[in-house]
Design a protein around this ligand. Structure first.
Ligand SMILES: [Zn+2]
Length: 106
């Protein structure tokens, strides 16, 4: 009987090499919103323009959550979300590879 060595050690090394470059990581979405401030007589708020802000929408134990994101962190956060998507894509690829390999070994 054949011993199944799936996934192989080589695949494991390849996977860790790939994810090492994908840091930082995040999952969710960034949206631009407008929020009012508390300053009395604020012109932007009086005119309804309010103030631009960014929020990160994400899930925690199945519940939708959101957090304000400092404007200077938005670009880095978007990059982290793209990295997270790439990792998820890799997981799908490795899963398919694992099954295809198991079939070949039969
Ligand atoms: Zn304001």
């Amino acid at each position: 009987m054949k011993i199944h060595r799936v996934p192989t050690d080589e695949q494991r090394k390849r996977f860790f090499r790939q994810i090492a470059k994908l840091w930082p990581v995040a999952k969710g979405s960034v949206a631009e919103v407008r929020k009012p401030c508390t300053r009395p007589g604020c012109k932007a708020c009086a005119e309804g323009r309010k103030h631009p802000a960014f929020i990160l929408g994400y899930k925690e134990a199945g519940k939708r959550r959101c957090l304000y994101v400092p404007a200077d962190r938005v670009a880095a956060l978007r990059k982290a979300i793209a990295n997270g998507r790439r990792i998820e894509q890799l997981l799908s690829e490795y899963g398919a590879e694992m099954v295809k390999q198991a079939r070949k070994q039969r």
